[in-house]
Design a binder for this molecule. Structure first.
Ligand SMILES: [Zn+2]
Ligand SMILES: [Zn+2]
Length: 334
């Protein structure tokens, strides 16, 4: 069996977990294929690259699944590593693409005709201390995404938290989780305890907190609130967007909540009363090596800003003016 075919494994219920390749430190994104009487539902088909196309052609052939057997494509959230192949698959299968209205709008904002998001993001990062010499690198990084989500699906149908949705012969309760990506959906099988959780909760890795200009002003707060709500679900097996399915869901949620509490305290310590920009704090936390990897830098800086915004809202730190066009933060005195 080829390496690609081995990256597909069968789970309970005849489900398939396909590890679609990623050119990032995360290595792969999990797509799940759920069978029913009339064919397959494909969840989170991956980032559109030549490598992913070859992966899918080989993986489906090895399992004797023709393209025409895929009748539905479900996208948990709009991030390119999950959504990128949706249009490519739709063109080949004629499948319906399902996603949340907010995720659909986000894809339009980020990669629609005449988008201005990339520039807005880089400008916001510059105000948060991104050095001039990294500005063009960040812009170039952002310009690389449209081709990785193209073609975008032409026919999208919408599902929202609170809906019920049938796939793989199971009727799912649709949940939402904010903070990682706007309009992120989760699918919960109330009778079997299965939870398709996308990137809202991951084993081993802390999901990135996705601050962005013009988005959720306090995504960490939204994330923590979502986690507290999800913690109550009785989950027998969670199926995440990265790494492998895991059982101890509520324990993992607890770990993530603690992780962010610790991170908030650590940032407060590092800030002191000297005043640092988000970028300076980010380098103190994650190291200067970030400068060589725009992808990781973007995630780290967005997450640092999300934590600073939270600390500011709690009154633990204060924002210094934008005197020289840059925002800095320091411990709130007295
Ligand atoms: Zn994501
Ligand atoms: Zn992801």
């Amino acid at each position: 069996m080829s390496e690609q075919a081995q990256a597909v494994r069968e789970l309970d219920g005849g489900w398939l977990q396909a590890k679609a390749p990623l050119p990032y430190s995360l290595k792969w994104v999990n797509a799940y294929l759920l069978p029913d009487e009339s064919g397959w539902t494909l969840i989170d088909p991956g980032l559109r690259t030549e490598e992913t196309e070859a992966f899918w052609s080989e993986a489906l052939a090895a399992r004797s699944i023709p393209m025409s057997a895929i009748h539905s494509i479900v996208v948990t959230h709009h991030h390119p590593d999950h959504y990128g192949m949706a249009g490519w698959f739709q063109q080949r299968t004629g499948a319906t693409v399902w996603m949340s209205p907010v995720a659909f709008a986000s894809a339009g904002r980020l990669w629609g005709e005449g988008e201005s998001f990339s520039r807005e993001l880089t400008e916001a990062f510059c105000r948060h201390g991104l050095p001039k010499e990294l500005e063009e690198g960040m812009n170039a990084h952002m310009r690389g995404f449209p081709e990785r989500v193209s073609p975008q699906p032409s026919d999208v149908r919408l599902i929202s938290p609170g809906d019920r949705f049938t796939m793989g012969g199971i009727e799912w309760d649709v949940y939402g989780a904010e903070g990682h990506a706007p309009g992120h959906l989760l699918f919960y099988d109330r009778s079997g305890g299965k939870l398709l959780c996308g990137d809202a909760v991951l084993p081993d890795i802390s999901p990135n907190i996705g601050w962005m200009p013009g988005g959720d002003p306090d995504p960490l707060q939204s994330f923590l609130e979502s986690l507290r709500a999800l913690r109550a679900l009785e989950v027998s097996m969670a199926y995440p967007g990265h790494r492998n399915p895991f059982e101890a869901f509520s324990q993992r949620v607890g770990e993530l909540l603690e992780h962010h509490e610790r991170r908030l305290r650590r940032m407060e310590e590092l800030l002191g009363d000297s005043g640092l920009t988000a970028f300076e704090l980010c380098e103190l936390l994650f190291g200067a090596r970030l400068r060589g990897n725009m992808h990781n830098l973007r995630f780290a800086l967005a997450e640092t800003i999300a934590h600073l915004v939270r600390l500011e809202d709690e009154g633990r730190i204060a924002r210094n003016g934008e005197a020289d066009g840059q925002i800095s933060f320091a411990i709130q005195k007295g």
